[in-house]
Ligand binder design. Structure first.
Ligand SMILES: [Zn+2]
Length: 812
C-alpha cells in the first residue's frame, strides 16, 4: 500500500455534540500484497464505495471489512460516516470551559496517539502508513479551526463556515490534529536558523482570551527551535507551528505536527500568578514536543515497539536544548531526579521490561508510555553520549534523520548510524536496549600500590532477588584530580588498573547502573552535584530493597551530608526521607527530616530569590512544607502571612504557594471553604492544580467525603486534572487513606475510561495505600488485570505494593 492520500470533510455540530464525515482515501496496491482494511472505532459507517461502486461491508475488531478486493494499482475508497464528540479525552472530543460571563462553552479537539485517529475518521491507523492529509471542516461561522497546516480557503454560507486546509506532508495518522472553537491567538514569527528566505508563523492558541499568557512559551519555542535546527542540520519543515492550550487534556502535551496541544498549566504563564517552577516546566515540556517535530514526526518508528525511540530522544534532547541557553538552570540535576532515578526505580522491578518490547496487540500500546520508554530510554541515551562523546552522538543523529526523513525507521537503523562513529558501541547499545534491568557494580582493590581493581556486576532488583542477567556496561569512572577513565565491561568480572585513585564509578551520574560500594566523606566531597545525587540514589535503592535498615541509611547519610552546601543534594535526601516517612512512624526519620529541612532553608532562605531555578524553589517548598506540617513557628507564620496576602489579592511569593495551602489546612481545617471557593472561582489551571493538591491535607473526614464526592463531578474537577488531587504526603492519616482507597475501588468505571489518567492516579496512591489494605488492594488489582489495556500496569502496581510491604515489614 503506497501513495496514501486522505481527503476528509468533517461537519461538526456543537448543538448536538455530533459530527458527520465524508472521506476519500486514495492509495496504490501491488500484486499479491496483504489486504489491509481501514480501522474504524465508535463511528457509524453509512456507506462505502470502492472505485466508484457502492459495496457491502461489516465491522469487525475495529475494522471495516469490505466485500470486494482492492485492484492492482490505484484505488479510491469513499466512506460516509458519523460520530459523537467524545467525553473521554480521546479521538475527536469535547472540551469545556466557562467564559467570563460564567457561560459553559465548548471546543472540539483531537488526541489520536496511539490508535485513536480511527475514532474520528476511518483510516489505515498504523505509524508506517504515512499519508498526505487534505482536511476540510464545516463549522459554526463564528468559530475558528486549527489543523496541522494553514487554511488555503474559507467560505461562509448561512451559519456555517467551510475551512479547507492545505495538504500536509507525508505523515502518520496519530499526528493529525483538528481543533474547533472560539479560539484566540498570540502570533509571532520565527526565522529558521539555516536559511533566511522564509518565516515560520508561530501562534499560541487559547480560549477565553488566554493566549495572551503565551509569551514565555513563544520565547522558549524560538530558542529551542534554533538549537534543534542547528543540532540536527535540518530546518523545521512546516510554514507554521501552533501551540494550543486545551482545557481538558489527558497527558502533558502531544506533538501533533505543526499543532502541538498542551494541558493549560504546561503552556500558559501569567506574570502575576505563575511561579518559576511553572516557567521551567513549560520550557522543558515544550522542548520535548519540539524535538518530536523531528524525532517522531519527520522520522517515525515503523511500529509501536520502537515508541521509545520517539520518547527517549524527546526526553533527552529537550534537556540538552534548554541546557544550551539556560546554563543557570542546571537542568541535568532535574534530569537525574525526574528521569534517571524514576527509570532506575521502575527498572529494578521484576515486572519491568526491556526498552525494546514486542507489541502484538494494539491494546498493549498505551501501557508502554511508561518509565522505561521515557526515563530509562532517555537515560541510556545520555549514558551513550557520555561514552562516545557529544560530537559523534550528534553526527550519528544527523545521518539517521537525513536518511529517513518523511519515512519510517527502526532502532537498528539508528544503531547503524552510531556504529559508523564508534564501532564498539553496537553490541553495547543492543544489550542495553534488549535486556531488562540494570547492573549494580562492585569493585575491590587487588593491589593497592598498582591501583589494580577487580570489578564485578550483578542485576539489581528491589525485591532483593538475584538473577543471571549480565550486561555490557560502558563504565565511566571519576578518578582523583578530575581524571576520567572509560571501559566496557562485558563479563561478570573484569580486572583493570587505573593511573589515579578512583572516586566514583559513575561520572556525572550518566551511567544507568548502581554503584554498590560505600564511599567516605572525604571522597564524596570531591564529587560534583550530579555525582552526589546519583550516589544518594544508589544508597536509597539499596535501602528500598532491604539491604540496609532505614536507621543505617539515615546514620550514614546524616554524617556524609553534614556540612553539605548544595541544596539540591539535601533536597533529594529530604525527598527520600519523606518517602520513608509516609510508610513508617519513626522518630529518627522525623528528626533527620527536620534537620535537613532546616539546612535547606538556611541555605536558600524563606523567600524566593531572583536567581532561583526549578530545584531551588522546589527544595525550599518541600522544606517549608515539611517544617510547617510539623508546626514549626517560622514556617507557620510565613504560610499564614502569604495566605492572607493571597486572599486579599496583595503581591505575594507565588513559588511557595504549594507549601502554603497544605500548612494552612493542617493547622486550620476551617479554611477549607475559603480555599475551595478560590478553587471554584479561579480560571487559571496552574492555580487550580496548586489549590487541589492541598485539599486532602485537611484532616476533617467530613470534608474528605465532600472532596471525594466532587472528584467524580467533571464540572468541578475535570477528569484530566484529577491526578493533582492525590498528593502522597497528604495520605498519612489512616482514615483519609481508607476513604481514598475506597473511592478508587468504587469509581473505576468513571476514571478508567482514560488509561493515562488512571495510571497517574494509581501511581500516586496505590503503592502507598495498598500497604495498609494489602489483601483488598491485591484482589482489586488482580481483578483489573483482566482488562487487556490494563493488564501490564496492574501487574506492575501489584509488585510495587509487594515491594513496599516487604520494606515496611523489614523496618518495623
Ligand atoms: Zn513525547
Amino acid at each position: 500500500m503506497k501513495n496514501i492520500k486522505y481527503d476528509i470533510l468533517l461537519d461538526i455540530d456543537f448543538n448536538n455534540f455530533v459530527f458527520k464525515g465524508k472521506e476519500k482515501i486514495f492509495f496504490d496496491t501491488e500484486k499479491g500484497e496483504e489486504v489491509i482494511y481501514p480501522n474504524s472505532v465508535a463511528l457509524d459507517i453509512k456507506k462505502v464505495l470502492l472505485n466508484g461502486k457502492e459495496i457491502d461491508f461489516y465491522l469487525k475488531e475495529g475494522k471495516i471489512v469490505l466485500s470486494e478486493n482492492y485492484k492492482e494499482g490505484g484505488n479510491v475508497l469513499e466512506i460516509d460516516f458519523s460520530g459523537k464528540l467524545r467525553d473521554d479525552l480521546t479521538g475527536l472530543y469535547l472540551s469545556r470551559y466557562t467564559d467570563d460571563n460564567n457561560k459553559e462553552r465548548y471546543i472540539a479537539t483531537t488526541h489520536f496517539e496511539p490508535v485513536d485517529a480511527r475514532k474520528a475518521f476511518p483510516c489505515f491507523d498504523k505509524p508506517d502508513k504515512k499519508a498526505k492529509f487534505k482536511i476540510s471542516l464545516l463549522i459554526d461561522k463564528n468559530f475558528k479551526a486549527v489543523s496541522n497546516t494553514l487554511p488555503e480557503k474559507e467560505e461562509i454560507s448561512d451559519d456555517k463556515k467551510l475551512v479547507v486546509f492545505k495538504e500536509t506532508p507525508l505523515m502518520s495518522t496519530y499526528l493529525v490534529y483538528i481543533g474547533v472553537g472560539d479560539f484566540d491567538f498570540l502570533e509571532d514569527e520565527y526565522r529558521p536558523a539555516l536559511s533566511s528566505n522564509r518565516n515560520v508563523l508561530l501562534r499560541v492558541v487559547g480560549v477565553n482570551g488566554k493566549s495572551k499568557y503565551g509569551e514565555k512559551a513563544l520565547y522558549y519555542c524560538k530558542k529551542t527551535l534554533e538549537y534543534l535546527e542547528n543540532y540536527f542540520g535540518i530546518e523545521y519543515p512546516l510554514e507554521k507551528l501552533d501551540l494550543l492550550s486545551i482545557p481538558d487534556f489527558s497527558v502533558g502535551a502531544m506533538e501533533n505536527w505543526g499543532a502541538i496541544t498542551f494541558r493549560e498549566n504546561l503552556l500558559l504563564f501569567d506574570k502575576e500568578k505563575s511561579s518559576k517552577v511553572t516557567e521551567q516546566r513549560i520550557a522543558i515540556v515544550l522542548s520535548h514536543e519540539l524535538v518530536h517535530q523531528w524525532f517522531g514526526n519527520l522520522v517515525t518508528m515503523k511500529w509501536w515497539d520502537d515508541l521509545w525511540l520517539n520518547e527517549s530522544f524527546a526526553t533527552f534532547m529537550a534537556y540538552k536544548a534548554i541546557d544550551s541557553y539556560k546554563k543557570e538552570w542546571n537542568v541535568f540535576e532535574d534530569y537525574l531526579l525526574y528521569e534517571t532515578f524514576g527509570g532506575k526505580d521502575f527498572d529494578s522491578k521484576k515486572t519491568s521490561h526491556p526498552i525494546k518490547v514486542s507489541i502484538e496487540n494494539e491494546s498493549q500500546i498505551e501501557g508502554i508510555f511508561d518509565e522505561i520508554s521515557y526515563n530509562k530510554g532517555g537515560s541510556v541515551l545520555r549514558h551513550i553520549e557520555e561514552f562516545i562523546g557529544e560530537e559523534n552522538f550528534m553526527m550519528a543523529l544527523r545521518d539517521y534523520l537525513n536518511n529517513f526523513k518523511y519515512s519510517n525507521a527502526s532502532a537498528s537503523d539508528l544503531w547503524q548510524s552510531f556504529a559508523k562513529y564508534n564501532k564498539d558501541i553496537l553490541e553495547v547499545i543492543e544489550d542495553m536496549v534488549n535486556k531488562v534491568g540494570f547492573p549494580r557494580i562492585r569493585y575491590e582493590v587487588l593491589q593497592d600500590e598498582n591501583l589494580n581493581y577487580k570489578i564485578s556486576q550483578e542485576r539489581f532488583l528491589k525485591t532483593g532477588e538475584k538473577d543471571e542477567n549480565l550486561y555490557n556496561v560502558p563504565l565511566v569512572v571519576r578518578l582523583e584530580d578530575s581524571e576520567i577513565h572509560k571501559l566496557v565491561m562485558k563479563s561478570k568480572e573484569v580486572e583493570t588498573s587505573f593511573n589515579k585513585k578512583p572516586l566514583y564509578f559513575n561520572v556525572n551520574g550518566a551511567g544507568f547502573y548502581l554503584v554498590d560500594n560505600f564511599i567516605n566523606k572525604n571522597d564524596f566531597e570531591k564529587l560534583n552535584s550530579l555525582e552526589k545525587l546519583s550516589y544518594v540514589d544508589d544508597i536509597y535503592l539499596k535501602t528500598k530493597s532491604c539491604e540496609l535498615k532505614v536507621e543505617d541509611f539515615i546514620n550514614y547519610l546524616d554524617e556524609l551530608l553534614n556540612g553539605e552546601s548544595n541544596s539540591t543534594v539535601l533536597y533529594y535526601y529530604l525527598y527520600c526521607l519523606l518517602g520513608f516517612w509516609v510508610f513508617l512512624d519513626k522518630k529518627i526519620i522525623v528528626e533527620s527530616a527536620n534537620k535537613t529541612a532546616e539546612k535547606i532553608v538556611n541555605i536558600l532562605g524563606f523567600e524566593t530569590r531572583e536567581e532561583d531555578n526549578f530545584l531551588h524553589t522546589t527544595s525550599r517548598k518541600l522544606a517549608v512544607l515539611w517544617l510547617g506540617l510539623l508546626g514549626d513557628e517560622r514556617a507557620k507564620e510565613k504560610a499564614f502571612n502569604l495566605f492572607n496576602k493571597y486572599i486579599k489579592g496583595d503581591k505575594f511569593d507565588k513559588d511557595l504557594l504549594q507549601a502554603v495551602f497544605p500548612i494552612v489546612l493542617v493547622q486550620n481545617p476551617e479554611s477549607y471553604n475559603l480555599i475551595f471557593d478560590r478553587y471554584l472561582k479561579s480560571k487559571l489551571q496552574e492555580e487550580k492544580s496548586i489549590l487541589m493538591q492541598a485539599f486532602l491535607f485537611c484532616k476533617d473526614i467530613n470534608i474528605t467525603n465532600k472532596i471525594l464526592e466532587n472528584a467524580k463531578n467533571n464540572n468541578i474537577i475535570k477528569l484530566g486534572m484529577l491526578p493533582y488531587l492525590f498528593n502522597p504526603l497528604a495520605l498519612k492519616d489512616e482514615n483519609i487513606k481508607n476513604k481514598v482507597l475506597e473511592w478508587i475501588f468504587d469509581n473505576w468505571d468513571y476514571y478508567s475510561k482514560n488509561v493515562m489518567i488512571t495510571e497517574k492516579i494509581f501511581k500516586l496512591t496505590i503503592p502507598l495505600l495498598g500497604v495498609s489494605n494489602y489483601e483488598k488492594t491485591i484482589k482489586f488489582l488482580e481483578d483489573k488485570e483482566k482488562v487487556p489495556s490494563f493488564e501490564k500496569q496492574m501487574k506492575e502496581f501489584k509488585e510495587e505494593v509487594e515491594i513496599n510491604m516487604r520494606f515496611v515489614k523489614y523496618n518495623s
